[in-house]
Write a protein that binds this ligand. Structure first.
Ligand SMILES: Nc1nc2c(ncn2[C@@H]2O[C@H](COP(=O)(O)OP(=O)(O)O)[C@@H](O)[C@H]2O)c(=O)[nH]1
Ligand SMILES: [Mg+2]
Length: 381
């Protein structure tokens, strides 16, 4: 059942006189923070804590919940997907299982994302951060058309940062850690956006081991010593590949439960915003223009093949058309020198004659029809 519309229109104002974190350097553009991570890594708890933290700093964020299946949203969401799509109804209507229901709900929501963009745009001057919580299962967002549509829509208009939440206590095993990192790496290369790894739940275990593994190749290899499975061999080879990824990636340890690490998180988000403006925006704009060109070329190709199939020739280009028009004009010009007036009178006369002829033909046809009707009536009576 869709939740009541209780979260909408949460006041969103920016007060700069409170020693708050520095505003993102792109004037009048909020930074969009897309929160991704494995199910149970603590995305929703993280968004809840971040919202709380930002409210305390008097920089309330604009918060969007994109998880249609969540029972309770524990933060004040300005936009809640559950107000737009009823996940249970979608499951029933399309005879889907829970995962299909979530994917379809997100797809339906993505078709209205232009409205969400308008809402964000309208809050641009007041809000510094837009935070988006995503569905529990990461693949619903990262490997679906709707996830791509939403990410690209945001990234094409606002500085956008991907925040990957890592369940630190569950990553103490080097093989699990590696799988998580491979997933993070695939998202980074897919989205091509500034990326921040948030090592969550540091109230349970410190994230120092993970940061050491990311910076010290030997330390990670040593941790793998105890693993003898085939997967550990694969992990050993993969860690060489991930070395480059680790060099560029930023990470921060936080606890959504205690609030530890959130100031550092915000300062890294501001760095990522600058990074977006310097590196990613030009790249995104280039990619977008390339995409438009490609689509245009594809359309032209389709037009040409349609023309060939139906008319057996190439589409006349503008210059051809001009040529044919000018040829006609030349042919219609009087061979002998004559005034424009004469030409006009001649043309008008021709038109009148044609009109008379056509009217006469019409009258004949009508007469014939009438006489046929009369004959028919006579024969019936
Ligand atoms: N100890 C601890 N538990 C956390 C933390 N963050 C989340 N959790 C717990 O992890 C579980 C999953 O969290 P949730 O936010 O629902 O994860 P999501 O599926 O990624 O949205 C919940 O039981 C949370 O209470 C944290 O920082 N510390
Ligand atoms: Mg969640």
């Amino acid at each position: 059942m869709a939740a009541p519309n209780k979260h909408e229109n949460v006041e969103c104002s920016l007060n700069t006189d409170n020693g708050a974190a520095p505003h993102s350097p792109i004037v009048n553009k909020p930074t969009c923070i897309i929160v991704l991570g494995m199910a149970g890594s603590g995305k929703t708890s993280f968004v809840q804590r971040l919202t709380h933290h930002l409210h305390a700093k008097k920089i309330p964020p604009y918060v969007i919940n994109l998880d249609p299946a969540v029972l309770d949203v524990p933060f004040p969401a300005n936009i809640d997907i559950r107000d737009t799509v009823n996940y249970k109804e979608v499951m029933k209507h399309y005879s889907l299982g829970p995962n299909g229901g979530i994917v379809t709900s997100l797809n339906l929501f993505a078709t209205r994302f232009d409205q969400v963009m308008n809402f964000i745009e309208s809050k641009s001057k007041e809000c510094t951060y837009v935070v988006l919580d995503t569905p529990g299962q990461i693949e619903v967002f990262t490997w679906s058309a709707s996830g791509t549509i939403i990410t690209e829509a945001l990234a094409s208009s606002f500085p956008t940062v991907i925040v990957y939440v890592l369940d630190t206590p569950r990553s103490v095993n080097p093989v699990t850690f590696m799988s998580n990192m491979l997933y993070a790496c695939s998202i980074l290369y897919k989205t091509k956006l500034p990326f921040l790894i948030v090592m969550n739940k540091i109230d349970i275990i410190s994230h120092s081991f993970a940061q050491e593994w990311m910076t010290d190749f030997e330390a990670f290899q040593n941790a793998l010593e105890h693993e003898t499975s085939y997967v550990s061999n694969l992990t050993r080879s993969m860690s060489l590949v991930l070395d480059e990824f680790y060099m560029t990636i930023k990470s921060v340890g936080v606890s959504a439960t205690t609030g530890e690490g959130f100031d550092e998180f915000l300062s890294k988000i501001d760095d990522a915003t600058v990074e977006y403006d310097k590196e990613y925006r030009p790249m995104y704009e280039k990619l977008r223009s390339e995409k438009t060109h490609k689509e245009e070329a594809e359309k032209q190709k389709q037009r040409e093949s349609f023309y060939k199939d139906h008319f057996g020739g190439d589409i006349p280009v503008k210059s051809d058309l001009l040529e044919s028009v000018s040829t006609r004009v030349v042919l219609e010009q009087p061979t002998e020198e004559g005034s424009d007036e004469e030409e006009l009178t001649q043309n008008t006369d021709d038109a009148n004659t044609l009109e008379e002829e056509s009217f006469r033909r019409y009258l004949d046809a009508r007469r014939q029809q009438q006489s046929k009707k009369v004959i028919k009536k006579d024969s019936q009576s």
